[in-house]
Every structure is written in structure tokens, then in C-alpha cells.
Design a protein around this ligand. Sequence first.
Ligand SMILES: C[S@@+](CC[C@H](N)C(=O)[O-])C[C@H]1O[C@@H](n2cnc3c(N)ncnc32)[C@H](O)[C@@H]1O
Length: 208
Amino acid sequence: MVDNFKEKAINWDKNPVIVSMSNAFQIEMLKNVNMSKDFDIMEFGCGTGLAGLNFSSSVNSVFMVDTSPAMLSVLQDKVLSGNIHNVKILEGNITDLDLKESSFDVVFSLMTLHHIENIPEVLKACFTIIKDNGYLIIGDLVEEDGSFHGEERVAHCGFNLSEIKKMFNGGGFTVTSLYKYYTVEKPDVEGNIRRYEQFILVSQKMTD
Ligand SMILES: C[S@@+](CC[C@H](N)C(=O)[O-])C[C@H]1O[C@@H](n2cnc3c(N)ncnc32)[C@H](O)[C@@H]1O
């Protein structure tokens, strides 16, 4: 499988736009869920672990999944140098994981869903591995004109908020919160500064 993030991985954490998006998401996530010392959580599309590693001291375990060996290699170095013992790293596609049912209190993901064509498949996989009443939390781009990724083609140019809500409801999740929380600024291919909105979607696997 081609590693689309091979060239980007080494400088990922040095990009202030990426770091600012991750910081804003972490703050927003913590407004919506109280991390607990007995929580087992998972991040898919974890990349270099900018978000997930920061939660590791607040929970029992963090499972970090990504398809990019290059991104995971940077993450692995950080886990080793930080002497972090409750993080497990897995190279794989969120839709193909062979994990035990009802394993996680929280599954979350930032800026990854737009890279995945088949969202219902992601929801199905998440529904299986999330515990009853557990959370699925997503941070991603509000629909944009495709300029966010420049020449690169991605599966979705952001998401329409009412459509994504319908998809989550259809996947068995109850959306408890969905709103825009951050606007990121970055130059387009011509060097003009563009503004892109991001949303957070908080949902739960309600069983009654
Ligand atoms: C834009 S990066 C975001 C990384 C990280 N969440 C961050 O905010 O710094 C998207 C990440 O999702 C990963 N990814 C893409 N499709 C995936 C899939 N189907 N399953 C797991 N990871 C995936 C990519 O390898 C990449 O590391």
C-alpha cells in the first residue's frame, strides 16, 4: 500500500498549522467528554500522535491506529523517548481491524475522515469496538472547495454538517453535539491566505 504521508511525516510536528488544529481539537474534545483513569481510548488516523499522546496520562490505555508506517515511526520514537507505557500502536485501516467487540470508552479521530471514501464502513467498525454508551468523536473540515489539499485529491472536500449527522445516526450513533469550533488559516497554491472551518461531532453508542 502506498504511504501518502511518507514525505510529510518527518516534518509533521513542525508545521504550526497542524499543531494549532490539534491543540484546538484537544481543548474542544475535553469540553465534551471527561477523560477517566479507567478509560480505554482509541485514536484512528492518529498520525504522529499529536492529540492522542496528550491524553495518555489521563486514561488507562490509548490505542493508536494509522495506515502510514512513516507517521507511526515518528509516533513510536515519541512513545519511546517519553517513556510512555500505556500506548499501543497498530498499523492498519480503521475499517479492517480485527479487534475485540466493545473494547473502547472513546474512539476519536482528527482530520482523517475526509481521507476515507466509505464513511458507513468506518461507522460500522467503530460501532463494533465501542462500549455501550461509549463515545465516537470526530474533528474534521466543514465542506470546502477542494483547495485545502491543493493538488492532492482526497475522498471528501470536508463535510456538510447535516449530512454527516444523518450518516452517524444511520450508523447507530446518537449525535449529542455538532458545531464549528475552529477556523484554520493557510495559504492556497497561489499563496493567498484561505480560511477553513472545522467542526467537532460528538456521538454516543446508546443502547437503550
Ligand atoms: C491529515 S492526517 C491527520 C493526522 C493526525 N490526526 C493529526 O491531526 O495530526 C490523516 C491521517 O490519517 C491516516 N489515515 C488515512 N486513512 C486511514 C484509514 N483508513 N485508517 C487509519 N488511518 C488512516 C493517514 O495515514 C494520516 O496519518
